[in-house]
Design a protein around this ligand. Structure first.
Ligand code: GDP
Ligand code: MG
Length: 707
């Protein structure tokens, strides 16, 4: 006998699974994906196999977990299902339950958290609930091992009767399709999915074209009647049913004052306050990590550790062993200077990681996604896109990979294209360097870079959504807001360590190799027809300067058309930290590190605060590092789309940096010339792209038809 556990995340599935199976467990992966698969034998009867399916909110095709869970059920046809629901949150959990009921597999609903309900003095009439739903219901407490007669009930299960609980017109349509499915299993469930035009089910069940077109016809009829798409209609009918059920079954409803979590959410996710609070929180995060605490530590690492301690020690060691000049230059002016420049920013990066981990652990990040969903939705964008961006604040590569949870291909591509606009931790040193060197460490520089990234994502989203490849309905996004809780030290440390360690690994490999390359190209060159190592004063003849000068004209409109900035930007493609590393090597590390004064002096001729900010903006928004481009290529799985993504990013970055430089020059220095006019034209073009109306007929595709 095979029994599947189905339930929302956090409903207690794993706890129940462990209680039922004890140590008889097998953990593996679902074929082809990295979602964990757990199965085991029931302690009391080894002939019963239990599968812990991934936690899900529905059986729609929008996330990997959902697809895995429903494919398992459709393919393996378990003999019974335990649908575990969180009794303290019945209404939300029943959405999935109705869909499981549609399957018609013998099912028992295990209403978990009975202990909490008892404590809250909350009582449910399970007999009534059984009648309403047509399935057996038992109260359990998985943590207390109070599994009462769950297994007894299971043994005596009969197939659940087919229930028609949606509105009559919808039920008629379901009946219509269901009668065409002849001898298929799970008729009701499949009929609903075919009506919803679920491409995965249609393909999997090999639904005939005749049935599909009949379903489209029915969906169109309902769609016109309700002026909505069929999926939303069915969803809202489900909720109608659920609220009728939950209105009937409580003997005593939990009425105690709302929890602290609810109270916090009232403010934090409030329609008006949510956004200002989000801005405030992220400003604080950057203020603390870049401007205050982080800077103190960074100054010490830069000035003392990599200023007074390490370089002199290395230098005297090299002298004492009579190191050849080129090697000691490579070590001192290349590796130590380059790595030193970047390692100085480690404290700031670590503090950013700690703060991000705190926000994740306490539950605020989930709220940000919720808030952003509300905003994104207004523009026809999927709120799901924001999850990869939150992850991208640490590193763009996992951020891009997180786009996998977006099932709709258009939304997924768009998310992949825009995720790296969010400043990742590798861009933090660039931000901190520019803030320190050109803005006297002003507090607003770092948060402004973050919000520039957010704005770039929203603006790109709106612009792209109106172009042909991205037109279409947005997939619904159901998300649970977990209760706030105090983060545990262990979890914060683990998350910080994981991110921090991957940074250290990067510094030890790719950045280390970059320092050697940068040192080589800045210290060697042709001079007087001869290729040789150069003196400090001959840097203008270096390979870097030669290559940089050849292409630097591109950046003149952006305000940083010198070879140094060009080389730094190019090296930034290898790893964004290289921007700082390059300046560290070119200007000699000691100068790059010191709070601006000398650095400023060296750069004064080629930068103004305006053009420095344009340099920052360009490097934040343009093509990400090679690792992230690789991730884009893997996820897009298509060379053309990869090129389109990187091309779009560079173009967008160029346009934004040009506007910043030109408008900045006009506002600050009153300069108005041809390039200012170009900036005006770009601005107008952007406004047009933002405001234009997409072709209306293709936007509304009934039943969420996929192309
Ligand atoms: P899953 O995501 O569905 O696998 O849920 P878990 O089994 O990981 O449980 C989520 C949380 O709920 C854990 O902290 C459990 O300890 C807790 N939990 C599970 N069952 C019960 C229960 O019956 N009563 C109480 N009070 N907590 C429970
Ligand atoms: Mg679990």
């Amino acid at each position: 006998m095979k029994i599947a556990l189905v339930g929302n995340p956090n409903s207690g599935k794993t706890t129940l699974f462990n209680a039922l199976t004890g140590s008889n467990q097998y953990v593996g992966n679902w074929p082809g994906v990295t979602v964990e698969k757990k199965s085991g034998k029931y302690k009391g009867d080894k002939s019963i196999e239990i599968i812990d399916l991934p936690g899900i909110y529905s059986l729609s095709p929008y996330s990997l977990e959902e697809v895995i869970a429903r494919n398992y059920i459709l393919d393996e046809k378990p003999d019974a299902i335990i649908n575990i629901v969180d009794g303290t949150n019945l209404e939300r959990n029943l959405y999935l339950s109705t869909q499981v009921i549609d399957l018609g597999i013998p099912m028992v609903m295990a209403i978990n958290m009975a202990d909490v309900m008892e404590k809250r003095d909350e009582k449910i009439d399970t007999k009534k609930l059984e009648k309403e739903l047509g399935v057996k219901c038992v109260l359990i407490s998985a943590v207390k091992n109070e599994l009462n007669n769950l297994m007894e009930t299971l043994r005596s299960l009969k197939p659940s009767e087919e229930r028609a609980y949606l509105s009559d017109d919808v039920e008629e349509a379901i009946q219509d399709i269901s009668s065409l499915l002849k001898d298929k299993d799970f008729k009701r469930f499949i009929a609903i999915k075919v009506l919803e035009n679920d491409p995965k089910i249609i393909e999997k069940e090999k639904i005939e074209p005749g049935i599909i077109s009949r379903a489209k016809e029915l969906a169109l009829g309902l769609g016109q009647k309700y002026d909505d798409d069929i999926e939303s209609i069915i969803t809202s009918k489900r909720y109608d049913f659920i609220s009728k059920v939950t209105g009937n079954i409580y003997i005593k409803k939990h009425s105690a004052s709302e929890s602290i979590s609810d109270k916090i959410d009232k403010i934090v996710t409030n329609r008006i306050l949510a956004l200002p609070i989000f801005v405030l929180v992220m400003t604080l995060v950057y203020y603390i990590s870049v401007t205050t605490v982080g800077t103190m530590a960074t100054d010490w690492v830069n000035d003392v550790l990599f200023g007074e301690i390490i370089p002199p020690a290395v230098e005297s060691f090299l002298t004492s062993v009579n190191c050849v000049p080129w090697l000691s230059s490579l070590i001192l002016d290349g590796i130590v200077a380059g790595l030193g420049a970047i390692l100085g920013f480690v404290p700031q990066i670590l503090i950013l990681f700690v703060l991000l981990a705190l926000l994740e652990e306490c539950g605020y990040m989930a709220r940000i996604a919720f808030i952003m969903d509300r905003i994104f939705r207004k523009f026809g964008l999927s709120g799901k896109s924001f999850i990869p961006m939150l992850i991208g604040t640490g590193c763009g590569v996992p951020g891009i990979m997180a786009s996998r949870t977006i099932e709709n291909e258009r939304d997924r591509r768009m998310t992949i294209m825009t995720t790296t606009f969010i400043p990742c931790s590798a861009k933090l040193p660039i931000i901190a360097m520019i803030a320190g060197a050109f803005f006297n460490g002003a507090w607003w520089v770092a948060p402004s870079a973050y919000f520039l990234g957010v704005a770039a994502i929203i603006v790109s989203g709106i612009i792209l959504k109106k172009t042909k490849p991205f037109l279409g309905e947005v997939a619904p996004f159901v998300m649970e807001l977990p209760a706030y809780h105090i983060p545990t030290l262990g979890a914060v440390l683990r998350s910080t360590w994981e991110r921090g360690f991957s940074f250290i690994k990067k510094a030890g490999t790719i950045i280390f190799l970059s320092t050697i390359l940068i040192w080589f190209v800045t210290n060697f060159g042709f001079i007087g027809g001869q290729f040789r190592m150069l003196d400090t004063l001959e840097i203008e003849y270096s390979i870097a300067a030669t290559i940089g000068r050849a292409i630097s004209f591109i950046f003149i409109p952006l305000g940083f058309g010198d070879w140094q900035a060009t080389v730094a930007t190019l090296m930034g493609l290898v790893a964004k930290e290289n921007l700082v590393v390059t300046y560290g090597i070119i200007y000699g590390f000691a100068e790059a590190s010191e709070e601006g004064a000398e650095f400023w002096g060296t750069l004064a001729s080629s930068f103004t605060p305006v053009s420095a900010y344009a340099l920052l903006a360009f490097n934040l928004l343009c093509a990400p590092c090679f690792a992230a481009i690789g991730a884009i290529k893997r996820e897009m799985n298509n060379a053309k789309w990869t090129l389109a993504a990187v091309g779009y990013q560079c173009l967008f970055a160029y346009a934004v940096a040009l506007m910043i430089n030109q408008f900045g020059n006009f506002l600050v220095y009153g300069i108005f010339d041809v390039l200012t006019m170009v900036a005006v034209v770009i601005l107008l073009a952007m406004v047009y792209l933002l405001l234009r109306k997409p072709k209306a007929h293709s936007l509304k595709t009934i039943g969420g038809a996929q192309d």
